[in-house]
Ligand binder design. Structure first.
Ligand code: C5P
Length: 408
């Protein structure tokens, strides 16, 4: 039987090593790729060669390292067009701000950028740069363009940087890049699975211009949809009006009210899993004005009448088309675990991802989350981490649960 270490047998990876301190991790990536059975054709940019030597790269890859655009021997043996197309996947690690900007802008003034422009092969980038460079609007524009062009991405992670600063910008670890390469080449562990993710707040109209909403930004649901997509799932992303933009590469269904969200979720069934991360309003206004409500001069405020919204999570959990795995979220401000355990049973879902959203935690609308995963076997507290990392970890758990026999 084929073990995980031979998963890439016969696959050809063109690895472009850009100029950054993280280039040393790419040497380890070459070893991991070869141990997985892949052939690695290395390309080293001029800046990359300042950080790792051509000799180390070619010795580890067991192949000549390509460095120059105009190399007569290469042109006789293999031109850059052929080089760019002879691979099953092009991996750029580290992908520097400059190299990514060139790729996004379609520039081709050295071998690496020319290969990226000439290729018709899938490209996976592992960005690495200083946190300020990462957060700069120019880099963010570049990333959006690359995502729109279908370029896959792994990382960066948040953490201590070689330059002494802290934040997002650290290149993903070689093991993580290997997993992303496996997902890109083999379809990923969730290939062929359909997952519904709800996200964001809902808006319940009071009249044509006013509504009742909540502070959900949609960050956790969005990160989760992207993480599930990265594992190969076909994701239907049903979102209320969120602050965070919807991820690329998923089917986006935009809704405003809880009732619309329920209809969209029903229409998206059947699914292998449903992950309900939306902050759905519990109530809607039944006497919402058809026209804008006006002050009538009497000083009396209009009386709003409320009706309970459908509980989407509970109805999916008890429905005839129940997905194998149904996951709910519980935003609590006190007794998080007790309330979440009761909620799991009341709603009939398999797991509850519970978190404390008291204002002091800064979680609602923030970038970090501290969650407790409640399953049939108990409560598991995860350390505080970025919503991105919560999403990655949860997506892996979801993938494992779907792969396993029996109930999650
Ligand atoms: O009851 P509570 O709102 O705390 O439950 C939260 C969980 O239930 C979330 O997963 C949320 O998406 C889901 N929910 C729902 N429909 C509602 C209310 C909550 O699907 N009307």
């Amino acid at each position: 039987m084929e073990g995980p270490w031979e998963m890439l047998t016969g696959k050809r990876v063109l690895l472009i090593i850009g100029g950054g301190i993280a280039a040393y991790k790419s040497l380890l990536l070459i070893r991991l790729l070869r141990a997985s059975g892949a052939q690695v054709t290395p390309v080293l940019t001029r800046a990359g060669a300042e950080f790792v030597t051509p000799l180390s790269v070619s010795a580890l890859a067991g192949q000549k390292v390509h460095q120059a655009l105009f190399d007569l021997t290469d042109e006789a043996e293999m031109g850059h067009i052929e080089l760019s197309r002879s691979a099953d996947l092009i991996v750029v690690a580290p992908a520097t701000a400059d190299l990514m900007a060139k790729a996004a802008g379609g520039r081709a003034d050295d071998l690496a950028s020319t290969l990226l422009l000439a290729t018709d092969t899938k490209v996976l980038m592992a960005p690495a740069m200083n946190v300020r460079m990462w957060l700069h609007p120019a880099t963010q524009r570049t990333l959006a363009q690359l995502a729109a062009d279908g370029v896959l991405r792994v990382g960066p992670n948040e953490g201590e940087m070689a330059c002494g600063e802290f934040g997002p910008g650290r290149m993903a670890e070689p093991e993580e890049i290997l997993l992303a390469i496996q997902a890109a080449l083999t379809g990923g562990p969730l290939h062929g699975r359909h997952v519904i993710v709800t996200s964001g707040p809902t808006q319940e109209p009071i009249d044509p211009v006013r509504y009742i909403a909540n502070r959900s930004s949609g960050a956790q649901g969005t990160a989760l949809a992207a993480a599930l997509r990265d594992l190969g799932a076909a994701v239907t992303f049903v979102t209320g009006p969120a602050v965070v933009p919807a991820p690329a590469g998923v089917t986006v269904v935009r809704v405003e009210t809880a009732q619309q969200m329920q209809a969209a979720v029903r229409a998206a069934l059947p699914a292998d899993a449903a992950i309900m991360a939306a902050a759905v309003a519990d109530w809607r206004v039944v006497n919402a004005g058809a026209q804008k409500l006006k002050k009538d001069g009497s000083g009396k405020a209009p009386a709003l009448e409320f009706a309970e919204n459908p509980d989407i999570l509970a109805s999916v959990s008890s429905g005839t088309q129940r997905p194998k795995l149904v996951v709910g979220f519980a935003a609590e401000t006190e007794n998080v675990v007790t309330h979440a355990m009761a909620k799991r049973l009341r709603k009939g879902c398999d797991w509850i991802v519970a978190n404390d959203v008291s204002p002091a935690t800064g979680i609602m609308g923030g970038t970090e989350n501290a969650v407790v995963l409640i399953t049939a076997s108990g409560a598991e507290s995860w350390p505080r981490m970025s919503k991105q990392d919560v999403a990655t970890r949860l997506a892996e758990r979801i993938s494992d649960a779907l792969a396993a026999e029996g109930q999650p």
